[in-house]
Ligand binder design. Structure first.
Ligand SMILES: Cc1ncc(COP(=O)(O)O)c(C=O)c1O
Length: 422
């Protein structure tokens, strides 16, 4: 068999042209301001770096060696306690929790061990792009259900974007295995409300579906909105895997520690896969995060909680960047969660790249390339978070990250002000 005949390898070749990679490369080569990717350009809180330093330099040398394959005991213990509280049940640290190398590896392990070739999996659009790639690499079939804004013009919020119930129900076939639910949602910042979650959970129960609840942005929620866990709905615990990320929760994306929480029969499959494919996650970062979570458990819902501090700080950054974007002619869709703003570029698109399609390239991608080249500002085209069939819904939007220092946001303002004038 030649390399080109092989579906996976030709898909992997195609991934090299991923717009995210292309735009990042362009941005780093010409020194653009990078609001494309979702990582903080500010330090984590001191008590967390101190915990890592203590783990590395303290007397407990075992912290430099392999820990339990399914998760460092101190970390799985505190996570089990925390989720027992969230889900009003009693979780067992060995049966119900698996520590992964970032939530990304948790998602990948789910695709490799609980999803099979030919299985259909429902993705709500816009979706975290990795879901599609991971499912296709597994030979599974993503089935897309788009969210649409229910009102046009005026002030826009991520809450205005909703799925059509009939469309969601129609997406289920005899081959449907699972639904991926990302709340708060990347890239849109939507926080699904109880009514929407009830509809999704009813569907899962009715058709015996697995629910992959990607909750990595659970700590980044604004304007008094509440994160609701779908695993807490009736009959959902036994069919849901909830994923979390230390990177997103404690502003330590480089530590790459994530977790899966769920019922024994699902976590056990993941644990078996993990033991064969990954074996063990690094110990010192797990120890430091256990210390951080233990502290959070004591100060939860008080001003001393990092989870409270970070969401308050980010809400101000969100408001500030929405304001700067709107002033420059974008129309920002205010997110209720996460770290990105989706902005409508209809008013400035034609001026930047013309209105007509001159190639297969999506208009928003052309706009993003133009913004890097001409304005030295890196943003992501929304079309990369859509299927081919629904790409047309996305071409008037870009995604912009606000998880940045105030200095970076002020630099963005300077670029946007100059843009407006020119
Ligand atoms: C929706 C979503 N899920 C999962 C991940 C991966 O998280 P981690 O960095 O913990 O691997 C990301 C990272 O950006 C994300 O946006």
């Amino acid at each position: 068999m030649s390399v080109n005949d092989d579906t996976t390898s030709s898909m992997l070749k195609r991934l090299a042209d991923d717009p995210m990679l292309v735009l990042n490369k362009m941005a780093s080569e010409n020194g653009s301001l990078d609001l494309g990717l979702g990582f903080p350009n500010f330090p984590p809180p001191h008590h967390i770096t101190q915990a890592l330093s203590d783990a590395a330099t303290g007397n407990n040398f075992t912290l430099h060696h392999y820990t339990s394959p399914y998760g460092h005991p101190r970390l799985v213990n505190v996570l089990a306690k925390l989720y027992s509280k969230f889900l009003s049940t009693t979780l067992d640290p060995t049966d119900h929790v698996l520590i992964t190398i970032g939530a990304f590896q948790g998602l990948s392990s789910i695709c490799q061990s609980l999803i099979y070739p030919g299985d259909e999996v429902i993705l709500l659009e816009p979706f975290y792009a990795a879901y599609k790639t991971m499912l296709e690499m597994r030979g599974a079939v993503p089935v897309y259900v788009p969210l649409r804004p229910y009102k046009d013009g005026g002030e826009q919020s991520s809450a205005n974007w909703v799925f059509n119930t009939a469309e969601l129900q129609k997406a289920v076939t005899s081959k449907t295995k699972a639904i991926f639910l990302n709340t708060p949602m990347n890239p849109l910042g939507k926080v699904f409300d109880k009514k929407e979650l009830r509809e999704i959970s009813d569907l899962c129960v009715k058709h015996n579906l697995l629910c992959v609840a990607d909750e990595v942005y659970e700590r980044l929620i604004y304007g008094g909105k509440q994160h609701t866990r779908i695993a807490s709905f009736p009959n959902m615990w036994q069919r849901t895997i909830s994923l979390g990320s230390a990177g997103k929760s404690f502003s330590v994306t480089g530590w790459k520690v994530g977790w899966c929480v769920g019922p024994k029969h699902l976590i056990q499959v993941l644990q078996n896969y993990h033991f064969s494919a990954i074996r063990t996650s690094p110990t010192p970062t797990q120890e430091a995060l256990a210390v951080a979570f233990e502290k959070e458990m004591h100060v939860m819902n008080t001003p001393e909680s990092y989870f409270q501090t970070i969401s308050k700080e980010l809400e101000l950054k969100r408001n500030r960047l929405c304001q700067y974007l709107n002033k420059a002619g974008f129309n920002a869709i205010t997110p209720d969660g996460g770290c990105y703003i989706i902005a409508d570029i209809s008013n400035i698109l034609a001026h930047a790249v013309g209105k007509d399609k001159i190639s297969e390239e999506a208009l928003d991608y052309r706009f993003a390339k133009w913004a890097v080249t001409e304005k030295k500002l890196c943003v992501m085209p929304l079309s990369i978070f859509y299927s081919e069939a629904h790409r047309y819904m996305s071409e008037k939007y870009v995604r912009i990250c606000f998880l940045k220092t105030d200095e970076t946001l002020e630099k963005a303002k300077e670029i946007l002000d100059e843009w407006k004038q020119s």
